[in-house]
Design a protein around this ligand. Structure first.
Ligand code: MRU
Length: 353
């Protein structure tokens, strides 16, 4: 794994170039902007686990390219053996993070392409690369469509909104542009946004580090607050709407997203504020009837007791570090997808649309 500095102006967290993948190292932002070179499927699995790349759609894109790297590693010209090896690589990539369904969606799509391609391994490998590139391109288009639909779904009053968001759902978390932050970006471009409030998003600080960085970079006014300040800000009437992303949405609209999202939804309800979830349909797991079946990732205790190299708490106490929570559908005003904004109850009609 080697690193280089990236000069490009657009944010593409995952890039395929010269038969390898380049990932923006999201663990080093905002202090340093650099890319990490990923040359093997195992290095990709580790990059997803360590959150060099993170955010549900971006993880899906990264895993798809991880499969391409894996295909390049397989040394056989027999399709049957190739598929067996590729399935082993898919299993490894699928073990990296359990909650974001886009990971499994992308891996399954890649495996299906391999199975349905002809007998020649070189052709299968070529088809896998094309599919990963399509997943990436489609995600950018999907995010832009979410941005357009989200703009129409926003409350008409006040004319200029202040929107609270959580975690990072921007270009860094997708192929580019973003989901919830994509809607915010569209609102800004359309002149409907005064500013964004970004929850810092303990424990990994994706809001403070990544959302603030993306907004500042584009001149979108952003105010960072600690997670515990959201209720106060709503009570002070500083917030007009809340928009978040999603890692997995069940068929009934129950939504898993970054830990702290559920409390925001409860607070929004208490303050009569609209609460929106913005996500591609690849984030909807129609096989789950409700949110009780969504696996919640448990992460290392050190994420709580330590920031950088600084220890915050006594280490010999207990820690509980679920990375996601589930917001009940009843608290969600609308789910904004690339096919339009729907109530949670209407989500099911978008299946296979
Ligand atoms: O743990 P992370 O940083 O991968 O979690 C990311 C989130 O929870 C995002 O809100 C979600 O993936 C949507 S990204 C468009």
């Amino acid at each position: 794994m080697t690193t280089t500095t990236c000069e490009s102006n657009s944010i593409y967290p995952v890039r395929w170039q010269d038969n390898k993948v380049w990932l923006i190292d999201q663990t080093r932002l905002p202090m340093e902007y650099g890319e990490v070179e990923i040359t093997s499927s195992e290095a990709m699995a580790r990059a997803i686990e360590t959150m060099i790349v993170r955010g549900a759609p971006a993880i899906g894109v990264a895993a798809a390219y991880g499969m391409v790297l894996g295909a390049q590693e397989i040394k056989t010209d027999q399709k049957e053996q190739f598929l067996a090896d590729l399935t082993r690589i898919a299993d490894r990539l699928a073990q990296t993070r359990p909650t974001a369904v886009n990971l499994f969606w992308a891996i399954e799509r890649m495996l299906k392409v391999a199975q349905e391609s002809g007998p020649e391994v070189a052709v299968i490998t070529k088809n896998l690369l094309e599919t990963a590139q399509n997943i990436q391109k489609e995600d950018v288009e999907t995010c832009r469509a979410i941005g357009r639909h989200g703009l129409l779904a926003l409350p008409e009053q006040p004319e200029k909104l202040t929107i609270l968001t959580h975690c990072n759902t921007g270009s860094l978390a997708t192929a580019s542009y973003g989901t919830a932050l994509g809607v915010i970006r569209s609102a800004w471009t359309a002149g409907r946004l005064i500013q964004v409030y970004a929850d810092e998003t303990r424990p990994r600080l994706q809001g403070a580090k990544l959302t603030a960085w993306e907004c500042a970079r584009e001149g979108i006014p952003v105010t960072v607050i600690t997670d515990s300040m959201a209720a106060h800000c709503m009570q002070q009437k500083l917030i007009d709407a809340v928009i978040v992303g999603a890692d997995r949405i069940a068929a009934n609209g129950d939504t898993a997203n970054k830990i702290g999202t559920y409390s925001l939804a409860v607070l929004a309800k208490a303050h009569h504020l609209p609460f929106y979830v913005a996500a591609p349909l690849s984030t909807v797991d129609f096989s789950l009837k409700d949110g009780t079946g969504i696996p919640i990732e448990q992460r290392d205790r050190a994420e709580i007791y330590q920031v950088g190299t600084t220890t915050l708490c006594p280490r010999d106490v207990n820690f509980y570090n679920p990375a996601f929570d589930v917001t009940p559908a009843a608290l969600i005003t609308a789910i904004i997808t690339e096919k339009g904004a729907v109530t949670p109850a209407e989500l099911i009609f978008l299946q296979d649309s």
